[in-house]
Design a protein around this ligand. Structure first.
Ligand code: PEP
Ligand code: MG
Length: 605
């Protein structure tokens, strides 16, 4: 699967009919550019409320079975509404009575009504699949209601749609349905919001870009878009008003701009811009096999962060020396059950083998915050970012941690791995994870299962201010540190990283964040354990000199950024960077810090 921006954008140039100019005229929206590159394509609106319905024609022989499938979905809906009616009857007063009337109306719609008859006729006559037949029938009934000049009847449209959605859910609950499985090439997804789980389903062969109304620059959706090499602009106010599926659109990642219905002149300008961008990336790709070494000879380890196993190809193509952060959440996303030890082992083993002896750092489960996995049945608490998440969840559900540790340990027989624990805030947490790992090791040894000897290193993610300030003590329980600057910035500055309304306040160059990075680096040096950075700053060449100057020699980032960071390293003097970092650390103002870095990067000393 092509992942990096180059190949994806070549596919974006593709064979699809070029988007055409519409009579509505060009509309330009501004937002936050969170992933580089330029997409030129056609809008695909993703409406989370609506069920995206597959549509296909049936062979004659399947018509009877399809009608039966629909009848079963109706029966299930009748049962479900019957249960709701039972609950409504227990409610006191007029609310219960009103709900009772409404549910009775729903029941009537499901008993041989125009809706049911209409759907069966479409399956029979048009040989439509049941989902599409329901969708089309609902739309037709709704149009009829809407045309009536009676406000009561017009309001019943919502009820018809509600019953329709229930039928669709029943029909689709048994299929491995994927919301983005049927897309034209060059689709640009426009949505109010895309969750990280939604984004994980996007196939860069069909999707050329993303734009959403909600979402911050360091949200996991943004990170996922960068990993997939998809140009993305988030936080675009007003985007969904009037944008229609099929219209032409441009997503300009570098400028944070979305242009709907571009004029022919704008299209021509952007085709040229995209060609320039691709040329630059191709030039950078030539750095793949040269070492990441500063002009004065310091060797830096550059590794890649991945969110999906499909990214391994792009990791290898980028010249990354290993996987510095494998976000294991993908194992739990977009499914209703929890993966067992064997399943996790199979996936990890394949991934480790594909990396061909290069190191892989596997992070234990880090759901919570903006990443939810319905399979775990977690209801978000009042403040999901501060709630039962990451290592806290793993320790509260020891069976989850045990399965994951055993899978990692077994994978360690096939290549060098490290295990990384997210959101650690206390020494006790780390001690508990270490004990769980020792138990898992003993259990596997008893069974004679192969694993690395000694067992893989166990490390702490430094991403909570308390962990950074307590780094000396944590180092006793850790074989290595990895600084997660995304969360470290979020928690130090109390800025929700996924909230576009405070995105302008999110700033990893705040002196407090930099002090915590520096303090952690010094603690690691004192304890003689390795330390790296795996937050998004690691992949931004603007920060490279500062991180190296603070003593970091190990950076892990989205594979697409490896070449550009390598280029920065190869043009830099470590001694000068260290000197500049010292000056930076004397500052109290992040604007001044940014200035000092920018002038250093521009070669002004
Ligand atoms: C971080 O917090 O910096 C990090 C790398 O982890 P994630 O982005 O998955 O929270
Ligand atoms: Mg984190």
């Amino acid at each position: 699967m092509p992942i990096d921006s180059d190949s994806k954008e070549i596919s974006a140039i593709g064979t699809e009919t070029p988007p055409t100019e519409s009579s509505m005229g060009e509309v330009v929206f501004e937002g936050m550019g969170v992933s580089r590159g330029i997409a030129i394509g056609v809008i695909h609106r993703h409406d989370a409320e609506a069920v995206n319905v597959p549509e296909y024609r049936l062979p004659l022989a399947r018509v009877a079975a399809e009608k039966l499938r629909f009848d079963e979905a109706v029966e299930r809906a009748i049962d479900q509404i019957g249960q709701l009616q039972g609950k409504a009857a227990d409610l006191d007063g007029s609310a219960g009575e009103e709900l009772g009337y409404l549910l009775e109306a729903y029941q009537q719609m499901l008993h041989g009504s125009r809706l049911v008859r209409g759907v069966l006729a479409r399956i029979d006559g048009e040989r439509l699949n049941a989902e599409a037949a329901v969708q089309q029938e609902i739309n037709e009934i709704a149009r009829g209601f809407e045309a009536m000049e009676d406000s009561y009847l017009a309001a019943r449209v919502a009820d018809v749609r509600d019953v329709g959605r229930r039928l669709l859910r029943n029909l689709m609950s048994h299929t491995a349905y994927r919301p983005f499985s049927v897309l034209p090439r060059n689709a640009v997804i426009l949505a109010d919001e895309l969750t990280p789980a939604d984004t994980a389903l996007l196939d860069p062969r069909h999707v050329s870009g993303i734009a959403t109304v909600l979402g911050g620059a360091e949200s996991h959706t943004a990170i996922m878009a960068r990993s997939l090499g998809l140009p993305a602009v988030l936080g675009v106010a007003g985007l969904m008003k009037g944008a229609r599926t099929g219209e032409a659109v441009i997503v300009d990642g570098p400028l944070g701009r979305v242009i709907v219905n571009p004029t022919a002149k704008t299209l021509a300008t952007y085709r040229k811009k995209r060609a320039d961008h691709l040329r630059t990336r191709r030039a950078l790709a030539r750095l793949k096999d040269v070492p990441a070494i500063t002009r004065d000879g310091a060797r830096i380890l550059l590794q890649a962060n991945i969110e999906l196993p499909s990214e391994v190809e792009s990791v290898l193509a980028s010249g990354a020396e290993g996987i510095g952060l494998l976000r294991s959440e993908f194992l739990y996303m977009n499914r209703d059950d929890v993966p067992g030890e064997d399943e996790q082992y199979t996936v990890l083993r394949e991934l480790v083998e594909r990396m061909g002896g290069r190191p892989v750092t596997i992070r234990t489960l880090d759901v919570g915050g903006d990443k939810l996995a319905r399979s775990l049945g977690i209801t978000p608490g009042p403040n999901p970012s501060l709630g039962l998440r990451a290592v806290r969840l793993s320790l509260a559900r020891p069976e989850l941690l045990d399965a994951q540790l055993c899978a990692c340990l077994r994978a360690s027989a096939h290549g060098p791995i490290r295990i990384l624990v997210p959101m650690v805030a206390t020494v006790e947490e780390m001690r508990a994870v270490r004990e769980a790992m020792e138990v898992a090791v003993r259990k596997l040894k008893r069974k004679g299962v192969a694993m690395a000897d000694p067992p893989p290193p166990l490390g702490v993610m430094i991403e909570v201010p308390g962990a950074a300030l307590g780094a000396d003590a944590l180092a006793w329980q850790s074989d290595f540190f990895s600084i997660g600057t995304n969360d470290l910035t979020q928690y130090t500055l109390a800025i929700d990283r996924a909230d576009e309304t405070v995105a302008h306040l999110y700033n990893p160059l705040h002196p407090a964040v930099l002090r915590l990075i520096q303090f952690s680096a010094e603690a690691a040096l004192r304890a003689r354990i390795p330390i790296g950075v795996c937050g998004e700053v690691a992949g931004d060449p603007r920060f490279t000199a500062l991180l190296l100057g603070l003593g970091i020699r190990d950076l892990s980032m989205s594979a697409t950024n490896v070449p550009v960071v390598k280029q920065r390293i190869r043009t830099m003097d470590l001694i000068a960077a260290t000197r500049r970092a010292r000056v930076v650390m004397d500052q109290s103002d992040s604007a001044r810090i940014a200035q000092l870095l920018d002038s250093f990067n521009a070669g002004e000393g």
